[in-house]
Design a protein. Sequence first.
Length: 432
Amino acid sequence: MDVDRREPSGGGSLETPSRRRVPPILILVSAVLVDMIGFGIVIPLLPFYAEEFGATPFVVTLLIASYSATQLLATPLWGRMSDRRGRRRLFIAGLTASALSHLLYGFSHSLPMLFLSRMTAGAAGGTISIAHAITADTTSAENRARGLGWIGAAAGLGVMLGPPIGGYFSSIWGLGAPGFIAAGLTALNAVAAYFFLPESRTRSAAAGFASGEAATLRGWLATMTRHPVALLMGVYFLAISSFSAHFSVLALYLERMFAFDGEMVGYVMALSGGCTVIVRGGILGWLVGRIGEANTARVGVVVLGLGVMVVPLMESPWWLALAAPLWAFGAGTLFPALATMVSRATDEHSQGSVLGGSQVVGGLGRVVGPLWAGALFQSAGIAIPFWVGVGAIAGAAVLATGLPPASQLRQGVAPATLARAEAEEATSDAVV
């Protein structure tokens, strides 16, 4: 990575202490890594923890969906506030709230407490959109997919490392104990971000928020519904809702088919996370460089569908050695490619708002997907949610055939806004 450390041309950052000399993308990657380790510690155990309190499969998926429901409400606020006020302080606040959610998980003694912990975690989940916005602030358009890929690789590594940690401590001290481990890690992460994460939003950029295309609610809605952003959102919604549905019932499916417990499901997630690290940390940048974001998204959605389709066809748990790399490759190429295209389809002043809007769409998918998956799992058959998911991903693949190349992504942006954004990109000072 080549990093230009000159003072930003837009008038300096909102907070740039002189001691902060580490490239922002490296600090951000570290913060996301630790945050997702905490997430990975808790998530594989959640279905089994809920069943201890008498939850049915549908209630388990409702619990998973509650996270996304509050994330759906919080994310656009996180994005717009970060455009106006700066990224750093909100990112730290989100990490602090995430630590609180893990603490609530550890103290849970009933289903309502579990719901409260997951809803608190969802409200803190807007930090992902801020992480994407910081990456957009500090990378050139050409290198944005690589930067987002690094963020995705950090998230994948966290998901890989977290489940074995959670499985180990749950086998010793019970299913609630890993929540305290996750809370401690996330709290330390917030402290580290406070001291080492610089502000990526320049004073002039924050002041220029009002001139961005998404500065008003009407402008934001117009941006989100114009071509090609609306098409990108359609692909994203179908894919993420199916992917979320897949993961919301996967642990229950493996428990019923192969007698898996929380620790064994954790190993599956670790395998998936390890594959994600390889894909997003290495393969993604190479693939985008060879075939572009649009074709990368098309490849990703097809492979994701294949990975989900393998699950209901499995005759032994060893088939997961094929399924997990497939869905990890599919998700690891599709979602960063879509996020990059969304970022490039809007102006510099609206990155947080529009990327936050994409997280709203993703949050809606993460709410809807687990709900229909849980209902089908409980009433229609344990394999049915996976087949319905394959159908929805096939619909996303059809939509993806219409994705435009990079040169056409900004055709819907107002000419003055586009010219300003392109000029600013040409003189970008923090380039990965």
